[in-house]
Design a protein around this ligand. Structure first.
Ligand SMILES: *[C@@H]1O[C@H](CO)[C@@H](O)[C@H](O)[C@H]1NC(C)=O
Ligand SMILES: *[C@@H]1O[C@H](CO)[C@@H](O)[C@H](O)[C@H]1NC(C)=O
Ligand SMILES: *[C@@H]1O[C@H](CO)[C@@H](O)[C@H](O)[C@H]1NC(C)=O
Ligand SMILES: *[C@@H]1O[C@H](CO)[C@@H](O)[C@H](O)[C@H]1NC(C)=O
Length: 360
């Protein structure tokens, strides 16, 4: 029953209230020290002032605090970089891999990118930056691989995690995917709290419109059906909106349009603390007769509720896992710890394998 509660909830949280400990956002430990020195003597006062200037001046021009009037030439360039330009630049074989990231989640982006690079698909990755800091940072290290689709997530909206404004913001995801399909590309969407252990493209069998994974923990036989599963207790399925592959077909476009519609007609409510996953499941339900759908194998695409909780199953299905999703857990630090415990936190020792390199 406890698992029921978390079943359909994607553990996103307000990233801005929970920055990683070494984050430049937390300056309190630095700013406290000079104040205690003030009372001693003039020399120390001067020293303190120098420390403060040294600490804060570099940030004045940082991408964290972009001032529209003082953008560097390269920053203005990325500000105007459009989705069609970006998709054209990164696509290989008519396919792009997209994720959506805000600044505090860069370590997760980097971790995911290392695993994508190991399968040689990093060149196809396009990061949809949710704020300007992310746009500039990614493009500075890896030109052309991040795009921002205005409006940006402002810190005011971000602070109100679980609010309608935040829901509206994340609800733009199917619109971005639809736009990429309309441009004629295949698109794979991934959450960045994922790690690839194998190339997922080898599992995209046939020529179906939409491919997705189940978020249910119940163990299925290895040869389970690839059809949309029957609805669960809430009258709908528990397909994860965390990993989706779409071909630029009428069926896939219809599914995205239905998803957008579902998010509009079953909007945010305080009680439900909605995210975009239930809307996706209702869209699947309502378009099942018109869209050619393919449920990916559970052994290759297990929910975190299974992979991280059943050692026996993991042993039994060894060598069959393609993408691991760190869900069924809430909290930034908890996710990192769990990745570390399972040797999936690659950024500690393998940052050089990421196209972004070591982030600091
Ligand atoms: C593109 O397709 C070719 C031929 O199918 C394949 O060999 C190659 O690995 C693909 N490239 C990428 C980046 O997927
Ligand atoms: C969110 O979207 C709904 C439906 O489009 C709209 O009525 C509402 O005003 C929006 N709320 C915020 C805070 O953006
Ligand atoms: C759609 O959901 C309804 C209500 O739960 C259910 O009766 C129906 O079988 C579902 N359709 C499909 C194709 O899953
Ligand atoms: C764990 O996996 C094993 C092997 O697949 C299965 O028999 C068992 O029922 C699972 N345990 C739970 C708690 O789901």
């Amino acid at each position: 029953m406890a698992q029921q509660k978390f079943l359909h909830q994607r553990p996103i949280q307000n990233p801005f209230t929970n920055p990683f400990s070494s984050s430049p956002l937390s300056t309190s430990s630095i700013s406290n020290r000079p104040i205690s020195l003030l009372s001693r003597n003039g020399l120390l006062l001067l020293l303190a002032l120098l420390v403060i200037l040294g600490v804060f001046l570099p940030w004045a021009g940082s991408p964290l605090f972009p001032s529209p009037n003082k953008l560097s030439p390269s920053q203005s360039k990325w500000r105007d970089y459009s989705l069609p330009q970006a998709v054209k630049f990164v696509a290989k074989n008519g396919t792009v891999i997209v994720c959506a990231v805000s600044y505090p989640y860069l370590p997760f982006l980097n971790n995911w990118l290392i695993s994508v690079s190991r399968q040689k698909h990093q060149d196809q990755v396009l990061v949809i930056a949710e704020d300007y800091a992310t746009l500039y940072k990614v493009n500075e290290k890896w030109p052309g691989h991040a795009v921002l689709i205005p409006p940006a997530l402002d810190s005011q909206t971000a602070h109100k995690f679980g609010s309608q404004g935040f829901f509206n913001f994340t609800a733009r995801r199917p619109q971005h995917l639809l736009e990429i399909l309309e441009l004629g590309y295949n698109v794979m969407y991934n959450d960045v709290d994922m790690v690839w252990l194998q190339d997922p493209f080898q599992y995209l069998e046939g020529k179906h419109d939409a491919y997705f994974m189940d978020d249910m923990t119940a163990i299925k036989p290895l040869d389970h059906s690839h059809d949309l599963p029957p609805p669960g207790k809430k009258g709908r399925t528990y397909i994860c909106s965390c990993m989706i592959f779409l071909r630029p077909t009428n069926g896939a476009k219809l599914l995205m349009k239905k998803w957008i519609e579902e998010l509009e007609t079953q909007p945010w409510s305080r009680a439900k603390k909605a995210n975009d996953q239930p809307g996706f499941n209702w869209a699947l339900n309502k378009t099942a007769n018109q869209v050619d759908m393919y449920l990916l194998s559970q052994a290759a695409f297990p929910t975190g509720g299974l992979y991280f909780k059943n050692k026996t199953w993991v042993k039994e299905t060894k060598g069959k896992h393609a993408i691991i999703h760190n869900n069924y857990i809430v909290g930034f630090e908890k996710k990192i710890k769990r990745f570390r415990d399972f040797n999936l936190w690659l950024v500690d020792d393998h940052a050089s394998e990421s196209p972004l390199g070591k982030l600091e």
